[in-house]
Design a binder for this molecule. Structure first.
Ligand SMILES: [Zn+2]
Length: 290
């Protein structure tokens, strides 16, 4: 049995996979702000499910220097030896990976990127993250940040992108400040003076969605120029906007350094389950570390 755990900011979800088939699923609220209780919650979910390999997706990464959690928006995990603490609580070896990497692994293994050699998985949600899977393996990188394009600057900002919005990471004009759900809300408010939820904006205002698409096209074109992926899979709340899949590839051509762009832009196949499924796949022979 492969057990996958998605340690999110609001809920902790665990599944058991028998082959590719989900046989069990459990969910509890995340004890926000309480590290010890978070360890206990994950460990009791895993024990409840039973025997099997354990993979955990986290909203952050393990520093390759210190082994401690970094880059987590669930700030109570930052600086903690999460892998060691989970292993001693559960009594099993645990594989930990960034949640966007788990998303990409899930979609590359048996989702929308199945069969592709290079998959770039993108989360467009409360935050913006990304993960890279090459021939079935997660690319982590020496800094454990491979695929983290959300805190690159938005390419070629024009008048409608200025002034550059401040980002929580300390920089300004990060891709995340435009392409996250809150980023769309902020942009709409700047142009229309009203604060609306992303789904309301999508239903109401083609111009705002057009600005979003133009920015996404430029941001993804820079990924295509570097990585040249076969498939880009979108996840997170904004991946439900259907017109992105026709408009963005139409727009990105002029920013990609190639006469023809063969890269496909597709919607995820596993929805919200991709994070937890990818965590379960971390122990698959294809998911082994480099
Ligand atoms: Zn940033």
């Amino acid at each position: 049995m492969r057990i996958g755990v998605d340690l999110g900011g609001t809920k902790i979800e665990a599944i058991a996979l028998d082959g590719a088939r989900e046989v069990l699923r459990r969910r509890v609220p995340t004890p926000r702000g309480d590290y010890e209780a978070t360890i206990a919650a994950v460990s009791s979910l895993v024990r409840e499910i039973g025997a099997g390999t354990v993979g955990v997706g986290i909203p952050g990464a393990l520093s390759r220097v210190s082994g401690l959690v970094k880059n987590a928006n669930s700030t109570w995990l930052i600086g903690k030896p999460l892998k060691e603490d989970l292993e001693s609580a559960i009594g099993r070896e645990v594989r930990l990976e960034n949640d966007a990497n788990c998303f990409a692994l899930s979609e590359a293994t048996d989702g929308a990127g199945q069969g592709a050699e290079v998959v770039f998985g993108v989360i467009l949600g409360t935050g913006v993250g990304g993960g890279i899977v090459v021939r079935g393996k997660v690319l982590t990188g020496p800094n454990a940040i491979a695929g983290e394009w959300g805190h690159n600057p938005l390419p070629a900002p024009g008048p409608e992108d200025l002034p550059l919005p401040a980002c929580y990471c300390g920089r300004a004009g990060c891709i995340e400040t435009y392409l996250s759900g809150p980023g769309l809300t902020r942009d709409y408010e700047r142009f229309n003076g009203e604060q609306l939820a992303p789904e309301e904006i999508v239903a109401l205002d083609d111009e705002a969605v057009g600005r979003y698409e133009a920015r996404l096209a430029r941001a993804l074109a820079s990924v295509i120029n570097v990585l040249d992926p076969d498939v880009i899979v979108l996840g997170g709340g904004m991946s439900n906007v259907g017109r992105l899949y026709t408009e963005v590839p139409r727009l990105w051509s002029k920013h990609v350094f190639s006469d023809h762009v063969a890269t496909r832009l597709v919607r995820n196949a596993h929805g919200d389950s991709s994070g937890v499924r990818g965590a379960a796949w971390l122990w698959d022979k294809q998911g082994e570390e480099r």
